[in-house]
Design a binder for this molecule. Structure first.
Ligand SMILES: [Ca+2]
Length: 272
């Protein structure tokens, strides 16, 4: 393109020159200078165009290369993210399976634990012995709490089911503040009238209460919490989920409240 421009310019100039009747030496020198200058300009323009074309190509190549790099980086990132998600999904699945197995085990443990139903609550009479704190933890682990005796009927039911003639059983009653006997379940104060003979409120060394046999009755016995000779009685407020299936929400709330709180303020509590 630029050589063509050069030729056109030269022709234009040549035409002007040819059109002149004659040239003085001075004019001819000017003409030669102009022609040389034009040649230089033409050469420069060609260089500039070549440079521009070269730079343009270089820029496009650089952009293409950058674009390719970016795409590669993005692809790698997507792959990494996908791998991380896949791994996390695997971990999530493993966790879910593990949780499912634990729930199943808990469910089986609960079913295998011989809970005895009575008056809307259930009771577990342990075959093993432990200190009071371990007993309290074990009751919680199986979904209950160390038993709270709310009234004489409940006490008599425990008397019927526990092997009291052979064993003492921890119950959820302590006097960690000396002489102030409170139920672990709700921290309510227990007023005990009939202690096991000579074992009522035995002092600061004996702060946990066990159920013991005396005179055909269950009687409380103040003992050393660290003693590992006693079994334990756990209590739970819910003995059948099936019962709840047939209740509307208002009935359910009333039933649950009765189970939880219904017997707490029972007047017979004072007779323990
Ligand atoms: Ca109770």
């Amino acid at each position: 393109m630029m050589p063509t421009l050069n030729i056109v310019l030269l022709l234009l100039i040549s035409e002007d020159v040819i059109g002149l009747p004659c040239l003085t030496n001075e004019s001819k020198e000017d003409f030669d200078k102009s022609r040389k200058a034009l040649t230089v300009v033409q050469s420069d323009i060609v260089k500039v165009v070549n440079t521009l074309e070269s730079n343009h190509q270089h820029t496009i190549t650089a952009l293409e290369s950058a674009l390719k790099n970016t795409v590669t980086i993005m692809e790698n990132n997507v792959k990494k993210t996908t791998d991380v998600l896949k791994n996390n999904l695997g971990t999530f699945k493993t966790t879910l399976n593990s949780m499912g197995q634990k729930i199943k085990k808990l469910d089986n443990d609960f079913k295998e634990t011989k809970w005895i139903k009575y008056d809307g609550h259930c009771y577990y009479y342990s075959p093993d012995a432990s200190d009071w704190f371990t007993a309290e933890r074990k009751c919680r682990e199986i979904g209950g709490y160390l038993a709270k005796i709310d009234n004489d009927e409940e006490k008599n039911n425990m008397y019927s089911n526990a092997n009291l003639k052979s064993y003492h059983y921890w119950i959820g009653l302590t006097d960690l503040k000396e002489g102030d006997f409170r139920w672990t379940y709700d921290q309510s104060k227990a007023k005990i009238k009939y202690w096991y003979p000579r074992y009522g409120s035995k002092g600061t060394g004996s702060n946990c209460v066990a159920a013991a046999y005396h005179d055909n009755k269950l009687k409380p016995l103040d003992a050393n919490c660290a003693s590992t000779n006693y079994r334990y009685i756990c209590e739970s407020n819910f003995y059948s989920i099936d019962v709840l299936k047939y209740m509307n929400s208002r009935q359910k709330i009333a039933w649950i409240e009765k189970g939880r709180e219904g017997r707490v303020h029972d007047k017979l509590q004072d007779n323990f």
